[in-house]
Design a protein around this ligand. Structure first.
Ligand code: ADP
Length: 411
C-alpha cells in the first residue's frame, strides 16, 4: 500500500510518501512560502529516499496549487516514486486540534471536516491550514480515502484533575477552556518504541511510567502511565510549560493584564510577545535556535547562559513533578531537534535526578550517534532508563492511515 502523508502549515506543505509492506519511506519534500505574497517566492524541494533532490521554484498562491506541484513531483518519470496517482491508496493528514471530539485518528467525512472547522477557533494558526490541505487533496485525489491524525488525540486520556484549570467551571463547559496538549503523535510514537524496550527489560506495559520530552522549536513533556498520557505541559494552546524557541512557557497569568494596563499593550501585542518574542530568543536576546544560543554561551554571553539554565531547569522540574504523580519512573525519553542532538541539555535535565533512579552514562550520552534506532544512555545498573528515540510523526500518521483502512498494517 502507498500512503501519502501531508502536514500543512501556515505557509508550507510538508509531505512524505510511504510504502507499507515492507515499511519504507520513498520520498519526502516541502513546498515553502505557499500563499505568502501571492505565493510568488514559493518553491518545492522534493527528495527521494535514495538521496536524489529536485528543487523547483514556482508560483503557489494556494495550497491547491502547491499540491499540484507535489503530485507532479511524486509521479515524475525522472525523480518521482510512483508510476501514476492511482497507486496512492490513502492520504494521512496531520491535524493540530481535535478538541475533545477525537481521541484517535479517523477517516475524514463531512462530519469530521465540520468538526475540524469548528476547532479552528481553538487553533487559528493551524486548523485552517490543515483543512486547506485536506480540500486540496480531495481535489487532486478525489477517490482516495483520507485520514486525520490529531496532535491532541493522545492526550485525551488525561484525567479532569490534570486538564481543568482553576477557573469558574463554566469556562470549560461553555468555552472549552481546558488543557488539550499537543505533539501527541510524537509522544505516542516514542511511547510505543520505549514500551518495547522496557518490556524487554521485564516491565509490563500496563505498569510502565514514562516521561517523554519532545524538545524542538516547540517543546512539551508528557507523563505516560501504562501507555496513556496522564498529564502534559502544553495546555489550552501550545504556549504553556517548558521554555521554547520563541514561546515563554509557564508564566504567572497576572503578567498578562499587567502588560495590558501598565505598558498599554493590546491583547494582540501580548499574544505576539508571548508566542514569538519570548523563550530562548527573548531571554538570550540572541536566537530561538539552541545551536546559536550555545555559540553565544561559549562566547561568554550571560543572557544566553541564563536562557539555557531556564530551559534545562524546567525540564528537570517537570520530570520530578511527573515522577511524583505517577509514583515513580521507569524511563525518561528525549526526542526532537534538541532532545536528539544536544547532549549537554540531556545531561543537565537529569543531572539532579539520581534520587529518581536516573543515572546517566556520560560517555554514551556524549558519543551518541543516532540513526533511527533508540539509544539507551543510562548506566547498566541505573534503576530507570534514559533513552534517546528519534521521533517520526509522519511514519505514525502513515501507520494510522493504513490501519484505519484495514487493508494491511505497517509493521
Ligand atoms: P521543529 O519543532 O520545528 O520540528 P526541530 O525538532 O527540528 O524543530 O528542533 C529544532 C531545534 O533543535 C532548534 O533549537 C535547533 O537548534 C535544535 N538542534 C538541531 N540540531 C541540533 C544540534 N546538533 N545540537 C543542538 N541543538 C540542535
Amino acid at each position: 500500500m502507498i500512503v501519502l502523508v501531508i502536514n500543512c502549515g501556515s505557509s508550507s506543505v510538508k509531505y512524505e510518501i510511504f510504502q507499507t509492506q515492507p515499511e519504507k519511506s520513498l520520498a519526502s519534500g516541502l513546498a515553502d512560502r505557499v500563499a505568502v505574497n501571492g505565493g510568488q517566492q514559493a518553491a518545492l524541494t522534493h527528495q527521494r529516499s535514495s538521496g536524489q533532490i529536485h528543487r523547483r521554484e514556482a508560483e503557489m498562491p494556494t495550497y491547491e496549487v502547491a499540491l499540484s506541484y507535489i503530485v507532479k513531483a511524486i509521479t515524475d518519470p525522472d525523480y518521482g516514486v510512483v508510476g501514476s496517482l492511482e497507486e496512492i491508496e490513502a492520504v494521512g493528514h496531520r491535524v493540530v486540534h481535535g478538541g475533545e471530539r477525537f481521541s484517535a485518528s479517523v477517516l475524514i467525512d463531512e462530519e469530521v471536516l465540520a468538526a475540524i472547522a469548528e476547532f479552528c477557533e481553538l487553533a487559528p494558526l493551524h486548523n485552517p491550514a490543515n483543512l486547506e490541505g485536506i480540500y486540496a487533496c480531495q481535489k487532486h485525489l478525489p477517490d482516495v480515502p483520507q485520514v486525520a491524525v490529531f496532535d491532541t488525540a493522545f492526550h485525551q486520556t488525561i484525567p479532569p484533575h490534570a486538564f481543568i484549570y482553576g477557573l469558574p467551571y463554566e469556562f470549560y463547559q461553555e468555552q472549552g477552556i481546558r488543557r488539550y496538549g499537543f505533539h501527541g503523535t510524537s509522544h505516542r510514537y516514542i511511547t510505543l518504541r520505549a514500551t518495547e524496550i522496557l518490556k524487554r527489560r521485564g516491565v509490563a506495559p500496563q505498569d510502565q511510567r514514562l516521561v517523554t520530552c519532545h524538545l524542538g522549536n516547540g517543546c512539551s513533556i508528557t507523563a505516560v502511565k501504562g501507555g496513556k498520557s496522564v498529564d502534559t505541559s502544553l495546555g489550552f494552546t501550545p504556549l504553556e510549560g517548558l521554555l521554547m524557541g520563541t514561546r515563554c512557557g509557564d508564566l504567572d497569568p497576572a503578567i498578562v493584564p499587567y502588560l495590558i494596563s501598565e505598558l498599554d499593550l493590546s491583547a494582540e501585542q501580548v499574544d505576539d510577545l508571548l508566542n514569538t518574542r519570548s523563550g530562548l530568543l527573548g531571554v538570550s536576546g540572541v536566537s530561538s535556535d539552541m545551536r546559536d544560543v550555545w555559540a553565544a554561551v561559549t562566547a561568554g554571553n550571560r543572557r544566553a547562559r541564563l536562557a539555557v539554565d531556564i530551559f534545562c531547569y524546567r525540564i528537570e522540574k517537570y520530570i520530578g513533578a511527573y515522577a511524583a504523580v505517577m509514583g515513580g519512573l521507569d524511563a525518561v525519553v528525549f526526542t526532537a531537534g534538541i532532545g536528539e542532538n544536544d547532549p549537554e541539555v540531556r545531561r543537565r535535565a537529569v543531572a539532579g535526578l539520581q534520587h529518581l533512579g536516573l543515572y546517566l552514562d556520560k560517555t554514551a550520552n556524549e558519543d551518541l550517534s543516532l540513526n533511527v534506532q533508540p539509544v539507551d544512555i543510562s548506566t547498566p545498573d541505573s534503576p530507570a532508563r534514559i533513552l534517546v528515540i528519534p521521533t517520526d510523526e509522519e511514519l505514525m500518521i502513515a501507520r494510522d492511515t493504513a490501519a484505519l483502512l484495514h487493508t494491511d498494517h505497517l509493521s
